[in-house]
Design a protein around this ligand. Structure first.
Ligand code: FHN
Length: 467
């Protein structure tokens, strides 16, 4: 049963992922915007964030009335067509007595993550914060009666962790005029796909816009608002949210799924583009195959897989926003915490190659487009990825991260700068550089110091790589 989940999940997400990937590949670079670049400084340096999908859906945890509900945990209301009146009852059971915000922040810090983004309201419409705009919130509708976002915001402030809020601006299955709930309230649009059948602006003005304002006024400095699935979000509607953000907290970042221009690009879920970009971007990703907790999903990625994805993303100029799905009791599953802490220990020794690091000056290491015009499972041109090594940069330094032992001496791709010296990052052990016929190689001690990923620093003359 569990083995089927990845396929199902990929099928649910494929259309969005494809669209986002296409946008990533084809969008022209945006004009330089000094204010935006200043807002983005911490984001570009941080590289690695914790996504948290937590809400009422953690109670059914993938099963509705004894039936396994297929797809993502947080989509259970939609997948099982649960009527609003029935779904609302979950709130009367929500009592996360084991929720300890300090422990969550500690975990993010141990993992080496530099920001947290938590679901403040997902598509089910339930607010995980006290809201005057809707009684369907954690304080007014649950026996727990406490504002979990406030508790997390306080813990983050105390521990110097940046906090952002996911907010589903468009889909709201609890509201008759929000997008997405077709089983209670009928289709959002007429068969032409354009004519709106709901009073969508009424919903936006009565709930979504005021709630975003609440998030920006009651929880201290908000690092970013993570909007999602911009169905029916015209640029004008998106702009109303952007104005609220800019007028309330000018330094708060807006992700790439608002429906109008944000501060950075968001890829599709679990999508890592094949090429580097100097424009800020972020890949939201699951640690197993769901975002919201499902009791049957234990398909955890290994620490090695995560370390690879992180360095791969950084070498292409992006950020990795990696999700955990806490249980209804408020516990981040131990298995996911263990994986994160293992990567965190690797980052303690090797973080210099990640935080604040620049993109690869090469690109050949990413792989290549299929020369046979083959298509991938999404019908896109097939990219044959190569996962042996990646490179990141800082002034005067190249960081070569190896994910498997090079089978021969490693040849440094040609650059004009003089190469000065090489050493392993984790223990500073020197590595001899050998130059013959204008080609420089080094040979790493075997077995590799860290079989998961070993970083070799190559220092060169000058600040920037000259090719
Ligand atoms: O539908 C959501 C999904 O539940 C989840 O929140 C992800 C996270 O990127 N965003 C949407 C699908 O792309």
């Amino acid at each position: 049963m569990i083995r089927r989940t990845p396929l199902l999940v990929s099928l649910c997400l494929a259309p969005l992922a494809v669209l986002a990937l296409r946008a990533q590949q084809t969008a022209a670079p945006r004009p330089y915007d000094a204010a935006r670049e200043t807002r983005l400084e911490w984001f570009r340096d941080g590289k690695y964030g914790m996504f948290i999908h937590w809400g009422l859906y953690a109670i059914p945890a993938g099963e509705w009335k004894g039936q396994r509900s297929l797809g993502l945990g947080e989509w259970i209301m939609n997948r099982s067509n649960v009527p609003v009146a029935e779904y609302e009852q979950l709130a009367t059971e929500f009592n996360p007595v084991k929720f300890n915000p300090d422990e969550w922040v500690q975990l993010a810090q141990d993992a080496g993550m530099k920001y947290i983004v938590i679901t403040s309201k997902h598509h089910d419409g339930f607010a995980m914060f006290k809201s005057a705009a809707s009684k369907f919130n954690v304080v007014d509708a649950t026996p727990y009666k406490r504002d979990v976002l406030k508790a997390l915001a306080d813990a983050c402030a105390k521990r110097g962790m940046r906090l952002g809020f996911y907010y589903s601006q468009s889909q709201d299955w609890h509201e008759k005029d929000g997008a997405g709930n077709t089983w209670d309230f009928g289709p959002d649009t007429a068969p032409d796909g354009k004519t709106e059948l709901k009073k969508y602006d009424d919903y936006l003005r009565a709930k979504a816009e005021p709630q975003v304002k609440e998030l920006l006024t009651g929880y201290g400095q908000v690092a970013l608002i993570w909007f999602d699935t911009p169905r029916m979000m015209t640029p004008a509607r998106g702009q109303r949210f952007a104005d609220i953000v800019r007028q309330t907290q000018p330094n708060t970042l807006i992700d790439g799924r608002l429906g109008t221009e944000g501060d950075y690009r968001s890829t599709g879920d679990n999508v890592i583009p094949p090429e580097a970009s100097t424009e800020a971007w972020e890949s939201p990703a699951t640690i197993n195959d769901t975002w919201g907790f499902r009791k049957d999903d234990t398909n955890w990625k290994s620490p090695g897989q995560i370390a690879f994805k992180l360095v791969d993303i950084v070498s292409k100029g992006g950020n990795y926003l990696l999700n955990v799905g806490p249980t209804a009791e408020g516990v981040i599953p131990q298995a996911s915490a263990d994986v994160l802490r293992t990567v965190g220990r690797w980052l303690k020794a090797n973080g210099e190659a990640v935080y604040g690091a620049g993109v690869s000056p090469f690109g050949e290491e990413f792989g290549e487009w299929s020369s046979k015009n083959a298509k991938d499972v999404r019908g896109q041109k097939l990219f044959l990825a190569n996962n042996e090594w990646r490179v990141t940069t800082k002034p005067g330094k190249l960081y070569f991260t190896f994910f498997s032992e090079p089978r021969a001496a490693f040849e440094i791709p040609a650059i004009r700068n003089k190469l000065l010296r090489a050493y392993r990052l984790a223990d500073k052990a020197p590595i001899a550089l050998k130059t013959e016929n204008g080609r420089t190689t080094f040979t790493m001690e075997r077995p590799m110091l860290d079989p998961m990923a070993t970083v070799v620093v190559v220092e060169f003359e000058g600040q920037k790589v000259e090719k």
